[in-house]
Design a binder for this molecule. Structure first.
Ligand code: G3H
Ligand code: 13P
Ligand code: ZN
Length: 316
C-alpha cells in the first residue's frame, strides 16, 4: 500500500526512523520488499533522476506496482530523491509518487525558499508530501559535486525560518554526512547538536538524514578480495541511527550500502565461477543478500516490527 511520507513520519517521530532505500531495477525492488516484509517494517522507496533514466521511469513504476501486488502487506511511500523543480512537477503530475524531494540547497537561501515553496504548493494540492533541503552535504550527487571545504551544516534558526516560509513536510539537514562511500576522513560522527537545536525550535518536525550508508568494512574487504579496488571508505556509525531518530530524524537515506552488496555478490560469483555467464544465479543471490541487508538496517533504525501498529494507526 502506497502512503505519503508525512503519514509514515507521524507514526515514527521520536521513536524510530523509516529507511529510505534507492532502487533502480527489479532485483533491488524484490530484495527491498522481501527484507521489509520479513522485518515487518514500513519503508520509503527512493527514485533518483538517474534511476528514472536508467531504463525508463515507466519501467520503474511498473516494477513497483508489481511488487506492491506481490507483497500486499507492504506499507511504503514512493519518493523522488534529489529532484529539481521540473522533475518534481513531472512526479507530482504522474499520479504515482506520494512524495517528492526538491533539492535547491545549492541555490542562494532566498532562491531555495522561492523554489521549494512553489513545489510545496503544487504537491499539496494533490496530497503529496514534500522534502526540501537546507545546508550542503559533501560528496557527489548525480550532477552536483560539493567539495569537502564547501559543505555547510544546517543553521537551526534558518531551518525554522525556511520551514515556516516554504511549508515543506520535512527537511533534509546537513549534519556532517556526505553521499557515497568516502564520508569521513577523521572520526566518524554526526553533529547531534544541530539536531538538538532544531528539535528545540521545532518540536515534532520530521528531519531527514542523507548520506547515511555505513559502508560495512567486511563488505569492502570482500569486494577488494574479489578484485575490487575500493580505498579506505568510511560510513556512518550504525549505532548513531537510533539516537538521531530520537532527536527527530524520521527518514534515513541508504543507497551506497546496497550498491556494495551488489558489487560483492557479483564480484565473488564471477571470481568463483569464471566459466559462468548466466546473470540469473548471481541475481538471485543478490535478491536474498539485499533482503537480509535491508532487514538488518530496519532493526538498527527501529522500524522493524512497526508494521502492525502503523496499519492500525492508519485505520487500515
Ligand atoms: O543521493 C544520491 C543517491 O545515492 C542516488 O544516486 O543519483 O546515482 O542514482 P544516483
Ligand atoms: P548514501 O550514499 O550514504 O547511501 O546516501 C544516499 C542518499 O542520501 C540518497 O539520497
Ligand atoms: Zn541524498
Amino acid at each position: 500500500m502506497i502512503v505519503t511520507t508525512a503519514q509514515l513520519f507521524k507514526h515514527a517521530y521520536g521513536k524510530y526512523a523509516v529507511g529510505a532505500y534507492n532502487i533502480n531495477n527489479a532485483e533491488q525492488a524484490m530484495g527491498l520488499f522481501k527484507g521489509c516484509i520479513s522485518s515487518q517494517a514500513p519503508f520509503i522507496i527512493q527514485i533518483s533522476k538517474g534511476a528514472r533514466k536508467y531504463t525508463d521511469k515507466k519501467m520503474l513504476e511498473a516494477i513497483i506496482r508489481a511488487a506492491d501486488s506481490i507483497f500486499p502487506d507492504a506499507i511504503f511511500a514512493v519518493h523522488l530523491d534529489h529532484g529539481d523543480e521540473e522533475t518534481c512537477y513531472d512526479c507530482i503530475n504522474s499520479g504515482f509518487y506520494s512524495s517528492v524531494m526538491i533539492d535547491a540547497s545549492h541555490e542562494t537561501y532566498a532562491k531555495n525558499v522561492e523554489i521549494s515553496k512553489r513545489v510545496v504548493e503544487a504537491a499539496h494540492k494533490k496530497g503529496i508530501s514534500v522534502e526540501a533541503e537546507l545546508g550542503m552535504l559533501g560528496g557527489v550527487e548525480e550532477d552536483i559535486k560539493v567539495e569537502d571545504g564547501h559543505a555547510t551544516l544546517t543553521n537551526p534558526a534558518e531551518a525554522q525560518d525556511f520551514v515556516q516560509k516554504t511549508g515543506a513536510d520535512c527537511l533534509a539537514c546537513a549534519i556532517g554526512t556526505s553521499h557515497g562511500a568516502y564520508k569521513f576522513k577523521g572520526k566518524q560522527s554526526l553533529h547531534f547538536n544541530v539536531l538538538k537545536d532544531i528539535q528545540q525550535l521545532m518540536p515534532g518536525y520530521p528531519l531527514v538524514m542523507h548520506g547515511s550508508s555505513s559502508v560495512p568494512q567486511d563488505e569492502v574487504a570482500r569486494i577488494n578480495a574479489a578484485g575490487g579496488k575500493l580505498g579506505s571508505a568510511v560510513g556512518v556509525d550504525v549505532n548513531e541511527y537510533l539516537p538521531a531518530a530520537k532527536l527527530g530524524v524520521t527518514k534515513i537515506n541508504i543507497d551506497t550500502d546496497g550498491r556494495l552488496v551488489w558489487t560483492r555478490v557479483h564480484r565473488e560469483f564471477f571470481r568463483d565461477k569464471p566459466t559462468e555467464f548466466d546473470f540469473r544465479p548471481p541475481g538471485k543471490i543478490f535478491i536474498e543478500e539485499y533482503a537480509k541487508f535491508i532487514a538488518s538496517r530496519n532493526v538498527l533504525l527501529g522500524s522493524a516490527n512497526q508494521l502492525a501498529d502503523l496499519k492500525q494507526s492508519l485505520g487500515k
